[in-house]
Design a protein around this ligand. Structure first.
Ligand SMILES: Cc1ncc(COP(=O)(O)O)c(C=O)c1O
Length: 338
């Protein structure tokens, strides 16, 4: 299998528009809460999660038994594959999408089939996906909204997929939910084969702490926990998340800022005559043609990091949307280079 090697070193001090993180940082209340709860002995003890689980269950309005706390979405994907996918099983992923669905499925020896987003507008390929589902399909991985296309599916479309694939574990990865406002969380009550993942790596600005969760029916969650290390989430993340979910004001104001900044980027790209795909998330994919890698490199020379995606979508570059002043800086640099 091909290794997954994101260009993740040497990013400090640069304008980080390459990983769809919060470009500012976490809420200062998170940092204060962490400081208040850390003592030497705290770090010497294996982590306990009951307070975190209770807080998250309340936050998502679910029972604690329906929630698995994970080391980011990555562990959510891994645990789901560990639990439901065996060697040779049929797994469906979309293309392009988040690389770790294929990665963990391949580690498990699954037979991975890939369906493409629609070529013209990168829309969600609903009919193609419905047609591709087989009676033996074991897992389907969907990011909604999707990275890197920024496009998404509505909940009724997701329902049709879940219903068509009763033998499959259907993961709906809602890493960018706060930006799209679309969630399939209610489908947990309707269907036994749906799993929703959420992360604190994106809008919450806590990617370094690696915490997320998987939401599903209680019976599924019990199976998932069997395939998970008992201490996979470190204590810092488990503590920090309790403060993070209390500070909804921080999240809402960051999302509002990103929405304004995204419009600014749309306008700037239009002015430069650069085609782009409208996005439901905190990133925008634009078409730089055969200059994609050159544009990425020249922006990096100016201290601005963006992500080349031309290896999967010819000519495409993805830029994370941050604050308006940061996006003005990006547009000015792009204007000079373009
Ligand atoms: C769709 C999607 N899911 C999950 C992740 C990673 O999430 P985490 O940091 O929670 O593992 C990303 C990160 O880029 C993503 O784009």
């Amino acid at each position: 299998m091909a290794p997954y090697k994101p260009p993740a070193e040497g990013r400090a001090g640069k304008l980080r528009l390459d990983f769809n993180e919060n470009t500012v940082g976490c809420s200062s209340k998170v940092l204060a809460y962490l400081k208040a709860h850390l003592e030497r002995e705290t770090l010497a003890v294996y982590p306990e999660y009951s307070a975190t689980r209770a807080a998250l269950a309340k936050f998502f309005d679910l029972d604690e038994s329906q929630l698995v706390v994970t080391n980011g979405t990555d562990e959510a994907i891994q645990v789901l594959v560990n639990t439901y996918v065996d060697d040779g099983d049929d797994v469906i992923v979309l293309h392009p999408s988040y690389a770790m669905y294929r990665f963990y499925s391949e580690v498990a020896g699954a037979s991975v089939r890939e369906l493409s987003y629609r070529p013209d507008d990168l829309a969600f390929p609903l009919e193609e996906l419905l047609d591709a589902i087989r009676p033996g399909t074991r897992a389907i991985f969907l990011a909604n909204p999707n990275n890197p296309t920024g496009t998404g599916a509505d909940v009724d479309s997701l329902r049709r997929i879940i219903e068509r694939a009763p033998s499959a574990a259907v993961l709906i990865d809602e890493a960018y939910y706060e930006f799209s406002g679309v969630t399939a969380i209610d489908t947990i009550r309707e269907y036994p084969n749906v799993f929703i993942s959420r992360t604190f790596s994106k809008v919450y600005g806590m990617a370094a702490m690696r915490i997320g969760c998987l939401l599903t029916r209680a019976g599924n969650a019990a199976y998932l926990r069997k395939g998970q290390s008992p201490y996979s989430v470190n204590l810092l993340g488990a503590i920090a998340v309790r403060a993070a979910i209390e500070d909804s004001h921080y999240v809402m104001s960051y999302v509002a800022e990103v929405m304004l900044a995204r419009d600014l980027v749309y306008d700037g790209l239009r002015r430069l005559g650069i085609p782009f795909y409208p996005s439901m998330a905190n990133f925008v994919l634009f078409r730089a043609g055969d200059r994609a890698i050159e544009i990425r490199d020249k922006l990096r020379d100016e201290g601005i990091l963006v992500r080349d995606r031309s290896y999967e979508l010819p000519g495409c570059v993805r830029v994370t949307i941050g604050r308006q002043d940061q996006m003005r800086q990006f547009l000015e640099a792009l204007g000079r280079i373009w």
